[in-house]
Design a protein around this ligand. Structure first.
Ligand code: PLP
Length: 422
């Protein structure tokens, strides 16, 4: 038995080993433009696959419900210390299993069922955990959406303020999944104060930029800041929550465990500690700067080919392409499929005031975190825009798609992914 348990995956389970191998090949040979994805380091993967997956550690450092937690305490303390240092924060909970779980804990801490949330409309860049009807947040709370303005396609604080004073929400949510512009956290904090609401900033997408000082911070400005750790931050899949006061910290800790979660994913927390350690190094700031520069370069290249970008450009790592000017009949769904056939991975996305359904859409969301991790720079962004335009113009022509697919393979070959065993 022990012998079986000690043998490599490829021997004991060739079926799964093959699927993993295929996924490695897929990631290696395609251009990853999904704004919420990234490629973690070998070190982060190694920690994530460590023996910490074997351990129950319900509770918090120094107050566990199980024996044998000495190393659990050490690694969770380290993750907390590094997270606080990275974001200049007072209090952090690093146990949230994901971004949605982090948000759930904040809702439980700040709201009662039936209370009112003011949050960004999903169709204008918001996240499903901010009040979509079929999500827990939309089912249990009264959700009032704010959108972007028709002319600027940006959030207007005057509109947010008007809605807040009219609907008197208990919680205001700022932060987004598909918003290419700077979020005015201080403006939101003023509105929250004026109408007596609490403020949650969800920085899931832009956490890396904030940590690097390239976007204004929400820490110390919003009552609660939630984030994922796997997007621009380039850690393992997971979430975390920052707050400013001891009282809120106690509430959040209670609502993560035992409120909404059981045992923490200690292997993930270990990998979070490693990722935060990487983010504290000077190279991480350079990486984030390149992510933002690459987004600008990709945006400009696409615009030079006639594509309209929502709000006219980007301040961060992502952009929303309105396909209609160049390809009036092309849906986001079809574009996503044609690009994938050429080895370019994107996701269809609603554009504000989209006439098409969410399953079709008129837009594509693109982000540069993953390509930048591979070492690509502005020159490659121009090439990527070129390849995208070729693929979208080729449409159903499979021979052309295959030709582009080969160019994509060649480009990927020049920028290999992190490799090796931890
Ligand atoms: C990605 C994202 C989340 C959800 O994260 P999961 O880890 O997938 O649960 C939450 N909020 C925003 C704004 C996001 O973009």
């Amino acid at each position: 038995m022990l012998d079986l348990l000690s043998r490599p995956l490829a021997e004991t389970d060739p079926q799964v080993a093959e699927i993993i191998h295929n996924e490695e090949q897929r990631q290696e040979s395609t251009l990853e433009l999904i704004a919420s994805e990234n490629h973690v380091s070998v070190a982060v993967r190694s920690a994530n696959g460590s023996v910490f997956t074997n351990k129950y550690a319900e509770g918090y450092p120094g107050k566990r419900y199980y024996g044998g937690c000495v190393n659990m305490d050490a690694v969770e303390e380290l993750a907390r210390t590094r997270a606080k240092q990275l974001f200049n924060a007072e209090y952090v909970n690093v146990q949230a299993h994901s971004g949605a779980q982090a948000n759930t804990a904040v809702y439980c801490a700040a709201l009662k069922p039936g209370d009112t949330i003011l949050s960004l409309d999903l169709a204008h860049g918001g996240h499903l955990s901010h009040g979509l009807k079929v999500n827990f947040s939309g089912a249990w709370f009264n959700v009032v959406p704010y959108g972007v303005e028709r002319d600027t396609e940006q959030v207007s604080m005057a509109t947010v303020r008007k809605l807040a004073l009219e609907h008197k929400p208990q919680l205001i949510i700022c932060g987004a999944s598909a918003y290419p512009r700077t979020v005015d956290f201080a403006g939101f904090a003023d509105v929250a104060k004026e109408c007596g609401a609490r403020l949650m900033a969800d920085i899931a997408h832009i956490a890396g930029l904030i940590a690097a000082g390239l976007h204004p911070t929400s820490i110390g400005v919003a009552d609660f800041t939630t984030t994922t750790t796997h997007k621009t931050l380039r850690g393992p899949r997971g979430g975390m929550i920052f707050c400013n006061t001891e009282d809120d910290y106690k509430l959040i800790n209670r609502w993560i465990f035992p409120g909404t979660q059981g045992g923490p994913l200690m292997h993930t927390i270990t990998a979070k500690a490693v990722a935060f350690g990487e983010a504290l190094r000077p190279e991480f700031r350079e990486y984030q700067q390149q992510v933002a520069s690459n987004a600008k370069a990709l945006a400009e290249s696409l615009q030079s080919k006639g594509y309209r970008l929502v709000s006219g450009g980007t301040d961060n790592h992502l952009m929303l392409v309105d396909l209609r000017d160049v390809h009036p009949d092309l849906t986001g769904k079809q574009a996503e499929a044609w690009l994938e056939a050429a080895g370019i991975i994107t996701n269809k996305n609603m554009i504000p005031f989209d006439e098409r359904k969410p399953t079709q859409t008129s837009g594509l969301r693109l982000g540069t975190p993953a390509l930048t991790t591979r070492g690509m720079k502005e020159a490659e962004m121009a090439q990527v825009a070129d390849l995208m335009h070729q693929a979208l113009s080729a449409g159903d022509d499979t021979a052309t798609a295959e030709n582009i697919r080969n160019k994509v393979r060649e480009l990927c070959g020049q920028f290999p992914l992190p490799h090796g065993e931890g």
